[in-house]
Write a protein that binds this ligand. Structure first.
Ligand SMILES: Cc1cc2nc3c(=O)[nH]c(=O)nc-3n(C[C@H](O)[C@H](O)[C@H](O)COP(=O)(O)O)c2cc1C
Length: 173
């Protein structure tokens, strides 16, 4: 894959995430690599005005019970891979099986891991965003203005952890 200037690209990020889905991939401090399917997140501008070339950021949300969560917590970086449509079935695997049950969940899904400066991503992708972690915090129950979201998404109390990453590299085929 080749690097491209994401600021010059017009991405339909909502469609990429909500329709195509992404693969959130990271390597924990112990060296363990894992990937899980995501469809929630944002892409935009935060904190970077006038700093570090005003690079955009991406935010992802991981429930505390995911195998991926402690890996995300202990890692300085993560990637979001938009896997090519013909591999959608593999995204179904990444989104339903746990890394707790597979020593190499990415290989078990039929996909391949590659690395950008040591940060893992999925090779079979059309677009990959490589992110340096800037911020992480668990969503607060007290923060919900719309109580219906709380009921619909968090009846079990498993609030997502939010991770904001600076997009340090964007790759495409
Ligand atoms: C389409 C789709 C979107 C998903 N989006 C998210 C998400 O944004 N955040 C999340 O925590 N889990 C999400 N999941 C669930 C995880 O991908 C799933 O629980 C996965 O098995 C976790 O893998 P892990 O235990 O190896 O971390 C999604 C699943 C699917 C199928």
């Amino acid at each position: 894959m080749k690097e491209f200037d994401i600021k010059e690209e017009s991405l339909n990020y909502h469609a990429l995430l909500a329709k195509n889905w992404g693969a959130l991939t990271t390597k924990g401090a112990d060296g363990r690599v894992n990937s899980m399917t995501i469809s929630w997140g944002q892409y935009g501008s935060l904190w970077m005005n006038g700093r570090e070339n005003n690079l955009p950021v991406a935010t992802v949300y991981v429930r505390t019970r995911r195998f991926t969560r402690p890996l995300m917590d202990s890692s300085a970086a993560f990637s979001i891979s938009f896997v090519k449509p013909e591999y959608k079935k593999a995204l179904g695997f990444l989104g339903s099986k746990s890394g707790a049950d597979y020593p190499d969940k990415i290989a078990a899904s039929g996909l391949t891991t590659e690395f950008y400066n040591g940060i893992p991503y999925i090779a079979e992708s059309s677009i990959v965003l490589v992110c340096r972690k800037l911020y992480q915090a668990r969503l607060q129950e007290s923060g919900f203005v719309d109580q219906e979201i709380k009921t619909a998404s968090y009846s079990d109390g498993d609030y997502h952890v939010e991770y904001v990453g600076q997009i340090v590299a964007a790759l495409k085929e």
